[in-house]
Write a protein that binds this ligand. Structure first.
Ligand code: SAM
Ligand code: SF4
Length: 341
């Protein structure tokens, strides 16, 4: 569905919007399924990764982003897998950073490569950065990520601060019995570093070796606990995502809560996801998808088939997701590293 855009944005030929009238102006693009970590909630220990030719080339990623931006997308998040372990990923950031109508280029990373790459990413035009951090205890960090080194990630956080991004946010997935006793230390770390932090409820995606029902920590409980420790001020701020924010009084830190189990954010969903295989997923929790890779490869010099497929996909973007923790099987057996978190 195409909406005519008002005069003020006439430089944009189209604005994608779906069958429910939701404007789609945000894409999350996973540029690799590979990762140097194996977080317990995200990957199995012995992951098999996709063969190279089944993954979008960086040139194909750049072409896709360009097409989406021409359709009114103004925010692009690059994710993975771990986007920064992809060879020459910086080239892609530089290409996307040059797009005139793009307002925000943002990145989600595990932080392991930031010590080396933060400044180049900032120079390429990355505005904001999300860094996953689930524990401040090195042994526990290793247990959760299976291969990650806490010190390396903390050096990455410092490098990101030095590079001067508009905002840095830590992302924490809380799991009962793994890291739910670190809520306060993690928030205090964020305050001390003058960065933001979001707590993400674990989503039933992929195939993990623990029962999600027993490790689930609800954001409502986390918020209640934090309110007893810090003066929190409800904030109407939004980053265009599903997070609800609270400011910690007298600090520079916001605390976000991303609660995929409540349907509260589906009504304002403004995003679609593209996997590293070029699958356009219209909802994180539903199976509806459009294969874009065959179109990219069959029409290397003609964007029209791609544009038509994207416009048509808006008619099948579902109203909302359907996660259910009580099911024995994950609702959607799709690894987050494949879809892009
Ligand atoms: N490797 C990067 C990272 O870890 O930030 C980017 C990709 S990762 C898939 C993106 C985000 O998804 C991370 O913040 C991670 O914690 C989150 N994530 C992965 N699996 C999840 C799950 N089952 N439930 C909730 N969040 C998950
Ligand atoms: Fe890798 Fe990110 Fe998944 Fe952890 S959450 S395994 S860092 S892709």
């Amino acid at each position: 569905m195409i909406e005519k855009v008002p005069n003020s944005t006439q430089n944009l030929p189209h604005q994608l919007s779906d069958q429910f009238g939701r404007k789609v102006d945000y894409i999350r693009l996973s540029i690799t399924d590979r990762c140097d970590f194996r977080c317990v909630y995200c990957m199995s220990e012995d992951m098999t990764f996709l063969p190279r030719d089944e993954v979008l080339s960086l040139e194909e990623c750049a072409r896709l982003v360009n097409v989406f931006v021409s359709l009114g997308v103004s925010k692009v998040r690059i994710t993975g897998g771990e986007p920064l372990v992809r060879k020459n990923a910086l080239w892609l950031f530089e290409e996307i950073g040059k797009l005139k109508n793009l307002k925000e280029l943002v990145l989600t990373t595990n932080g392991s490569q930031l010590e080396k790459q933060a400044q180049d990413l900032k120079n390429a035009g990355v505005k904001r950065i999300n860094i996953s951090l689930d524990s401040l205890d090195a042994t526990r960090f290793k247990n959760i990520t299976r291969t990650g080194e806490l010190d390396q990630v903390l050096r990455g956080v410092q490098a990101a601060k030095l590079a001067g991004f508009n905002s840095i946010k830590l992302n924490t997935v809380l799991m009962r019995g793994f890291n739910d006793d670190e809520i306060l230390p993690l928030v205090d770390f964020a305050i001390q570093q003058a960065v933001d932090i979001s707590f993400i409820e674990e989503m039933p995606l992929g195939d993990v070796n623990h029962t999600r029902e027993s490790t689930f920590v609800s954001n409502a409980d986390t918020l209640k606990f934090l309110q007893s420790k810090h003066p929190l001020i409800s904030s109407a701020e939004t980053t265009g995502g599903p997070a609800r924010y609270w400011r910690v009084a007298n600090t520079q830190t916001k605390i976000g809560f991303i609660s995929p189990h409540s349907h509260n954010f589906c009504e304002s969903c403004n995003r679609v996801r593209i996997t590293c295989k070029g699958e356009l997923y219209l909802c994180l929790g539903q199976e509806d998808k459009i294969e874009l890779m065959p179109l990219l490869r069959a029409h290397p010099n003609d964007d029209q088939p791609l544009i038509s497929a994207i416009l048509n996909s808006m008619a099948v973007k579902p109203k909302g997701h359907d996660f259910d923790l009580r099911r024995a099987e994950p609702s959607i057996v799709r690894f987050m590293s494949h879809t892009g978190g």
